[in-house]
Design a protein around this ligand. Sequence first.
Ligand SMILES: [Zn+2]
Ligand SMILES: [Zn+2]
Length: 143
Amino acid sequence: MPNTQTISGSCLCGQVKYQATAVPLFQAHCHCQDCRKNCGSAFAALVFVPVDSLNWQGETKTYTHKADSGHTMTKHFCSNCGSQLFGENDAKTDRIHIKVGTMDDANWFHPQCNVWASSRLPSTAINPDVKDFATMPIPPAKT
Ligand SMILES: [Zn+2]
Ligand SMILES: [Zn+2]
């Protein structure tokens, strides 16, 4: 059972700052191509928290797109420096994810699984202690 975490962080320029005190709902690495493009990185490190537990100060811009699952994804990023901070999925509106790289202290972060492991880049190391899911373990949207 994960412990309550006091999570704080900011974008690169500091215009957006955030705080959450929560038991993380889910911690994961995501290897899908959407996350790679969104983060500009080989994979995304994400912590999901209850949406009510997250407060932020400063202006974010949002970008909304459809995932392969058919769900609508909304990304929040700093309108000044472009850092990717948060993401929402219309399949689970009670939660929001925080990009681990924006946290002031993420030493406690421990991914419970790899999602979209089937899209993992060949150079990304495999941790045998972290469970792989070939895709996303959320049912697809009804179309
Ligand atoms: Zn910024
Ligand atoms: Zn992803």
